[in-house]
Design a protein around this ligand. Sequence first.
Ligand code: PLP
Length: 228
Amino acid sequence: MQNITHNYQAILNKIRLAEKKYHRAPNSVLCLAVSKTFATEALHPIIAIGQHEFAENYLQEALPKISALSGKNLVWHFIGHIQTNKCKEIAYNFSWVHTIFREKEANQLSMHRPQDLAPLQVCIQIKLDDSASSKNGLLPHEALPLAKHISQLPNLKLRGLMAIPPINTDFQQQRQYFKLIRNIGHQLSEAGIELDTYSMGMTHDLEAAIAEGATIVRVGQGIFGARA
Ligand SMILES: *Cc1c(COP(=O)(O)O)cnc(C)c1O
């Protein structure tokens, strides 16, 4: 547990230093703690020191944690593959969904979002290559039609773009991937779609993502340790 606190503070430091180094506004990058595979107890130490935003990939794993921590005023983000038959529960239990890339799931999420909750905050997932390992997401030129569609849905609020680039250890190459995502965002802006969120960067590439404009970095292992 002490490790988790220590790791978390080191990640926050890294984020704040990267903001400075790349001339980003102070505190403009949100650290989203990715708690998948870790038990509820692992979240307590960082909740105690101010972490409010958590992300999960699997609905069935997330629900017990969300319920156990319901008194803590946390904000839950869904960052996994969206199964159509899970849209209702996702729409009930999460504040954000980062991984929309088809109209079908967007429609379902909007339809099931409870009226007494704020609109579901959503990002469109972009993929940067067409390999089998990155089957989720839209190719860059496919983003605009879905963005326009989501903008018409009553209970979704389109906030931005999300991406998981191919693994690469070269810093400059990492930056190139994130720059492509930013460019897609600029193109959408020019087409009249307003975006304020770039959900990009994980433990191994968060600095490159911040250099290229990330507003949310999704950090799992860097905080909680290696996953089994
Ligand atoms: C697991 C996961 C992360 C966190 O990755 P780490 O390498 O643990 O930081 C971020 N985003 C998505 C979509 C994930 O599935």
